[in-house]
Design a binder for this molecule. Structure first.
Ligand code: ATP
Length: 589
């Protein structure tokens, strides 16, 4: 372990050698010898620097320095005009090279060669850069320039090159986290697998590096609320029987929601949400933060779920793309209003001091339902246990018709394997998606009371297709989208004369509507596709036992088909034909 301070020049020499080598093994060796010269504190800082960050990425610490600002700092240190530096940058296409040339050409009194000033040390550079990152608010830009120019003033041209590249985020050494782990393992004689495991629990390489350099045991590194863990990932299979066989005969099958994965950390300090890639995405979901505080009864917890966009009027799930509106940095408040979400929780990894990652999934599921009190905004992911492939398929079709991507089937006895894509979680998705090629004219047979803006009116309608052979109506969807406020009023009015206290005898439905009607009113509807669904009775059993046909993501087109009698509505045979003829689009992996 090094005891003297490591000069920044040493790090720069190593970086230049790393850039020059074509061998990964040499890269690792160069890192090992660098680590060995440094104190534990410095090893941590070196690791951050090499990775192009000042802190672990999930802390979201950003320097906030663009090329222009960096060149201003070089100008201040060298006396070269900014315009001159910009021209140099334009010519070389590399801020680092522009800085290097400018520093080489300048006669700076601070430079070692010209005076007695001490060379830069690793810690000084790192600490100053952290100050640059933390300078915010009024005067921040000038502060950043002043701090950076104090570094450039003392840097050799080669050092200046790497500082400049680092601050504008273009260090690009191509060193992966795994390369660092390997080098740490070699440098300190710690088991590589154990290091990787610690990294999965606490993915902060700078801290991990310091920890091992201090000779501390790895088992001290534990799951910590506030620090995201690497998420468990799923394998993929395309049939229910293969999935059950792989999972040992029975599986916890969960709806596979189509939204954004969210790792939610509840601490006394507040709620933080991390993405699948461990970025802090809390700012995009203030509504989820609030909803989690209300729904979860724990002081500290780490939960996993999927944030799904929902139709603001009906609460129905919408496709993933709708969430993109939330990604705009500005005006989150409006986006929250216009694009509401629901959080579907599917796992819990930690509750009030209790590390649950080594517990079987079935137990974690029980703990989850113990600490979550479901609300409009927070739900527990729908799940069931199956040991029969046909039943899994029926559940799969139900899930898809509700707007999800399929199922995630999980081994009930599996622990939470951080960072692993193993066979304990298996995705069951469709290989293709279809596209509904035409509109359909369906009969309103029931309705559901509206909430919120739709209170006092109907919020959604149960629609059916006609079967001339039995003279009956079979349900195909529940539709709430596509209606303007005026449409909702109109629908309410035109349906009143047909209201009856029970399901009409000519209607076959598995769904229970709040209000039933005599089949009379016909409206035009389009959907994303026609899918199989056990929730609807249209063509029940025609394609597969136990499942019928449904319109997925149905929407009213705005056309009232008052010109059509209910017997002239789309027939069940036409629905089947549409299902078979719809265009199949291969699903991207
Ligand atoms: P991966 O995340 O496996 O690399 P991917 O990004 O392509 O793959 P998908 O193939 O869509 O994602 O499937 C995995 C994702 O499904 C998870 O990362 C998670 O976001 C989402 N998901 C939805 N519902 C669940 C659930 N019940 N359990 C686990 N994951 C779920």
């Amino acid at each position: 372990m090094g005891s003297i301070y490591v000069q920044f020049g040493e790090l720069v020499k190593a970086l230049a050698a790393i850039e020059a080598t074509t061998q990964r093994t040499t890269m690792v060796k160069l890192l090992v010898s660098l680590f060995k010269k440094a104190s534990p504190e410095e090893v941590g800082k070196i690791v951050y620097f090499i990775l192009g960050d000042l802190r672990p990425p999930w802390e979201g610490v950003e320097l906030g320095v663009a090329e222009k600002l960096c060149l201003r700092a070089v100008s201040k240190a060298t006396g070269a005009a900014v315009s001159e530096l910009e021209a140099l940058y334009k010519k070389t296409g590399d801020v680092g090279e522009a800085a290097r040339r400018a520093l080489a050409a300048s006669k700076r009194p601070g430079l070692l060669a010209f005076g007695s000033q001490k060379p830069l040390e690793v810690s000084e550079v790192y600490d100053t850069l952290l100050k640059v990152a933390r300078a915010t608010g009024e005067g921040a830009q000038d502060m950043k320039v002043a701090l950076l120019s104090s570094l450039f003033a003392r840097a050799t041209p080669e050092e200046g090159k790497y500082i400049a590249r680092f601050v504008v985020g273009k260090l690009r050494l191509g060193i992966a986290d795994m390369t660092i782990i390997e080098a740490l393992s070699d440098a300190y004689g710690v088991n590589k697998e154990a290091l990787e495991k610690a990294y999965h629990v606490y993915p902060d390489l700078g801290r991990l590096a310091k920890h091992v350099a201090e000779g501390k045991p790895l088992d001290e590194i534990r799951i910590t609320p506030g620090v995201p863990v690497l998420p468990m990932l799923a394998q993929r299979l395309s049939s229910a029987s293969e999935i059950l066989a792989k999972l040992g005969g029975s599986a916890i099958c969960e709806y596979k929601y189509d939204g954004e994965r969210a790792q939610i950390h509840l601490t006394p300090g507040g709620v933080k949400i991390f993405s699948r890639r461990l970025e802090d995405i809390t700012h995009a979901y203030p509504d989820v933060v609030k909803a989690v505080k209300e729904a979860v009864s724990a002081k500290e917890a780490i939960l996993e779920g999927e944030i799904v966009a929902v139709d603001p009027d009906t609460g129905d799930m919408l496709p993933f793309q709708e969430l993109m509106h939330r990604k705009r940095k500005h005006d989150v408040a409006t986006a929250v209003e216009l694009y509401p979400t629901v959080l579907y929780l599917f796992d819990v990894l930690y509750v009030d001091g209790e590390d649950l990652t080594e517990e079987p999934l079935i137990y974690r599921r029980v703990r989850l339902s113990e600490i979550v009190c479901e609300t409009d905004k927070v739900s527990i992911a729908k799940w069931r246990i199956f040991d029969n492939a046909e039943a899994v398929d029926v559940f799969f079709h139900e899930s898809v018709s509700m707007g999800t991507e399929g199922l995630i089937c999980k081994s009930p006895s599996s622990i939470y394997e951080m960072g692993a894509r193993g066979w304990n979680w298996i995705k069951y998705k469709r290989d293709y998606r279809s596209e509904m090629i035409d509109t359909v004219d369906l009969v309103v047979v029931g309705a559901f009371h509206g909430r919120g803006k739709r209170a006092g009116l109907y919020g959604a309608f149960l629609l059916a297709a006609y079967d001339p052979s039995t003279d009956m109506f079979y349900t195909v969807c529940k539709v709430g989208s596509g209606f303007t406020d005026a449409d909702l009023k109109k629908m309410y009015e035109i349906l009143q004369p047909f209201k009856i206290p029970h399901r009409h005898p000519r209607v076959v439905s598995k769904m229970e509507a709040d209000v039933w009607f005599v089949p009379q009113v016909v409206i035009e509807v389009i959907g994303a596709e026609i899918t199989l669904s056990p929730l609807h009775t249209c063509c029940l059993g025609a394609v597969r036992p136990g499942v019928g046909l449904a319109v997925r993501f149905p929407r009213f087109t705005g056309r009232y088909r008052s010109d059509k009698s209910p017997e002239q509505a789309t027939t069940v045979a036409e629905m089947l034909e549409l299902y078979k003829r719809q265009k199949k689009v291969v699903q991207p992996e």
